[in-house]
Design a binder for this molecule. Structure first.
Ligand code: ADP
Ligand code: MG
Length: 612
């Protein structure tokens, strides 16, 4: 081939740095390069099978496998698969840039992780391929995409550049040739290779064959028994954990391992995991379950949405006999078999959460990671809302730690008719909110809600065990039937003041009224009937400025400031300026900016001046 047909490319600066990180930080665990390359080969074969569901001619050959062959004389290690292959552009994209997360995120995660956890970070950040450079000083990838006739050779010494050239390959698939470094001799030994494959890739369901020197027959290095098909007693905790890391691209220990076989009308095996950590890219994650569907052990798809979106953090495999191997995408949507499986799997996860919620400390770990996701179910899932309600946990104004709705109801005061909550951006700030004063004075517990979703779900869960769930900022909370401590201060006659304030504030408020839920503060805002204040705040941030009616300004008739204003009004003075100040003060108390920040500053200044 002439020089001119070879394209030279630079890796992005990111890739260069990444290669350094991978090669140096993971040196002591470098055998995992083999796990990464075998996993890629297996993934590629899975993908080819999936494409073949709609394009039969793309089906992988009978006996598709991953083959590993060492050549001692040439000092090469070759990994071949019958997978989907890559086109020219896909090779450029997949092997020349960083796909999922940036180098910086990866570097940070590496330096924060314990040494033994580092190897799995590679898989999680989608940079597994580059681990080949831990053992090789030249890597050549020849690939032909299924359904095309053109093959390409990607080649790199891992030092900033790679080349692309036309090549030949008899069938679709990918061949990776590693030219081993002088200190990587061990990977020329078939025994060593088999040990590594067995350790890391035993659960991979396609055969991983290792060529034996001087022998015609390869030997099969992985058992290939789908782990989920074994009985629980045959599986060690470590095997479960390793499989979890494989399916979830994770490196922690699962918080829950749920493994069962359903027999009866529908038969399936399921092995599910609830992660022990929030994934790094939680924000980027699609709102859809990626549970893997297998049919008779063969991977079919991770797009069957086997769990509702609010359980998307659950990872794992469902394997059934009750679908044909050539199940089509349309069938995935419509078949009653899957509907039944979905229902059973969802219920099983809920049962697990119910059981595990009895251990408050353990459950709090789960809740911290995925509680906000679970709450989405209360909002959107009519069938499971009632099951989910007792699984919810909240910060509380009266106790430390997390509180459940049943616990709250049990502690309710005599005369208390509703479950009260206050939603905002942080429970810590909420705990000091003026909104809570009257509740605190009466010893009434208030749930403190700090996730964005908290502005939504209460609308769909209006009561629990017959008790209304009410936002303290929404309408008039009725505290009159609850025994109140004697409050200090005379109640001022506020009638004239209320109407004067209302006139002064105009459209800024829906109403001005007195309240008995304040103790120390002079004023507080409440929402008129409709969306609560936090909901309005979120909508505003989302660009919907006029969501909900103007708030109600509530004043504390026992407060000195209020008495002072009553006197001022009676003496013929104006409350125009103080009205705006009080309104903005009430906004500030809730963590919002004054409606008119410059005006507020001017008013505070002049008030200070007149006081000095
Ligand atoms: P990940 O597997 O997490 O995506 P890798 O760095 O291991 O990250 O691989 C990058 C990408 O390169 C893969 O997503 C895949 O698209 C492509 N790739 C790697 N190896 C193969 C292969 N053997 N066959 C087909 N595509 C491959
Ligand atoms: Mg990979």
């Amino acid at each position: 081939m002439s020089e001119s047909t070879v394209e030279k490319h630079d890796f992005g600066a990111e890739v260069g740095r990444l290669l350094d990180l991978v090669v140096h930080a993971l040196y002591s665990e470098r055998e995992i390069f083999l796990r990464e390359l075998v996993a890629n080969a297996a993934d590629a074969t899975d993908r080819r099978r999936f494409e073949a569901l709609t394009q039969a001619e793309l089906a992988p050959p009978e006996g598709a496998k991953v083959r590993i062959e060492a050549n001692k004389a040439a000092r090469t290690l070759t990994i071949t698969d019958d997978g989907i292959g890559m086109s020219h552009d896909e090779m450029m994209q997949n092997l020349g840039t960083i796909a999922r997360s940036g180098t910086k995120a990866f570097g940070d995660a590496l330096s924060n992780a314990k040494a033994e956890d580092r190897p799995s970070l590679i898989g999680q950040f989608g940079v597994g391929f580059y681990s080949a450079f831990m053992v090789a000083d030249l890597v050549e990838v020849t690939s032909r995409k299924a359904g095309t006739s053109e093959a390409w050779l990607w080649s790199s010494e891992g030092r900033g550049q790679f080349t692309m050239a036309h090549s030949e390959r008899a069938e679709a698939g990918t061949t990776i040739v590693l030219h081993l470094k002088s200190d990587a001799d061990e990977y020329l030994e078939p025994m060593r290779i088999e040990t590594v494959v067995r350790k890391w890739a035993d659960h991979i369901t396609i055969p991983v064959m290792v060529a034996q020197e001087g022998e015609a027959e390869d030997s099969k290095a992985n058992e290939g028994t789908a782990l989920w098909r074994k009985s629980k007693s045959e599986i060690s905790e470590e095997e479960y954990a390793e499989f979890y890391r494989h399916v979830a691209h994770a490196w922690d220990k699962p918080w829950a391992t749920i493994h069962w076989r359903a027999e009866g009308a529908i038969e399936f095996s399921a092995l599910l995991f609830i992660p022990g950590m929030k994934p790094f890219d939680a924000v980027e994650q699609e709102r859809v379950s990626k549970l893997r569907l297998h049919v008779r052990r063969m991977f079919i798809t991770d797009e069957a949405e086997l769990l509702p979106a609010w359980l998307r953090f659950v990872q794992g495999v469902v394997d059934t006999e009750d679908l044909p191997l050539n199940v089509s995408r349309e069938m995935l949507q419509a078949t009653p078999v899957l509907t039944k499986i979905r229902k059973a799997v969802t219920n099983r996860v809920i049962t697990e959460l119910k059981t595990r919620s009895k251990d408050a400390e353990e459950y709090a770990k789960f809740w911290g990671n995925f509680g906000a996701v679970l709450k989405e179910g209360v909002w959107e899932d009519n069938d499971h809302r009632a099951d989910l309600a007792p699984l919810l946990r909240f910060a509380s104004s009266t106790v430390t730690g997390l509180v459940s709705l049943p616990e709250y109801v049990e502690r309710m005061k005599d005369g208390q008719e509703a479950i009260y909550y206050l939603a905002g951006d942080s429970a810590e700030t909420l705990a000091h909110s003026a909104q809570l004063e009257g509740f605190r004075a009466r010893g009434v517990e208030v749930l403190l809600l700090e996730d964005s979703i908290d502005a939504f779900w209460p609308e769909r869960l209006p009561e629990f065990e017959g008790k209304k769930i009410v936002s303290v900022t929404q309408g008039e909370a009725d505290l009159s039937k609850i025994e109140a401590p004697a409050l200090e201060g005379e109640v001022a006659d506020t009638e004239a003041l209320l109407s004067a304030l209302k006139t002064a504030l105009g459209e800024l408020v829906s109403d001005v009224r007195t309240t008995d839920r304040l103790v120390e503060s002079a004023v507080v805002l409440a929402a008129k009937a409709g969306p609560d204040l936090q909901m309005q705040r979120l909508m505003k941030r989302a660009g919907r400025a006029n969501f909900g009616a103007a708030p109600v300004l509530e004043i504390n008739p026992r407060h000195k400031l209020v008495a002072g204003l009553v006197a001022r009004l009676a003496g013929g003075g104006s409350v125009e300026e103080p009205a705006h100040m009080l309104f903005d003060l009430a906004r500030l108390q809730d963590g919002d900016l004054p409606k008119d920040p410059a005006g507020f500053a001017r008013r505070v200044e002049s008030a200070l001046l007149s006081g000095f």
